[in-house]
Design a protein around this ligand. Sequence first.
Ligand SMILES: [Ca+2]
Ligand SMILES: [Ca+2]
Length: 228
Amino acid sequence: MPAAFRLLTLAVSRLTHGAAGPFSIDLPFAMSRIECRSTSIYTVVFTFANTLTSVASVNATATGPIQPGPSSGSIDSMDAHNYIANLTMLPNAQKITVTLSNVNDSDGNVTGSVPTVMGLLIGDANANGAVNSADVAQTKSRIGQPIDGANFRSDVNANGVINSADIANVKIEHRDRLAAVVCRRYHDESRVADILGHGGDASSLRPSRVHNSSVKLLIYVRLMIFRF
Ligand SMILES: [Ca+2]
Ligand SMILES: [Ca+2]
């Protein structure tokens, strides 16, 4: 096992949901885990076995042509086992690799590169790699519930309550994913980038689910009848 993964014990995407407080999504080292919440600045917390003495830099990259904005971070002043990375302008529907460079700890370990991967797919409340009616239904079923560890993913805008605004967010993402699929059907990749806003490519998170003409037609029809 690489030294980076022996020393890193945990990485999470953490967001504060208003008065309900912070809730985190684990980012396993061997696979990406989907972050479904919408915010302007994402926070990834790296936790190490030993306390940190210095970290040279943090950088975020995406799988698609549109790259994230600047990243910054610091060792947690409350617990030096943690490094808190702040990520801006993340493109949606992408795998985001967050990498710490030149990590030094109190045990004398020096690690040149410590990466973790987060999939960003806003609205994928049930974390299955797609934004669809199941996410809408699940979010509707949770309206008004107090935010807890079991339902926080449905608080898509992370404001501490599950309500119609979260449902609207999921529906918008659902619409955009369907529209992007239709554009791919007609090989209009530039239009896909327009629709996804940030230039994101949903297929980088989950390969296109459309592999035959009948299914393509079904999705096209669903798009045509989709209503808010
Ligand atoms: Ca889903
Ligand atoms: Ca909310």
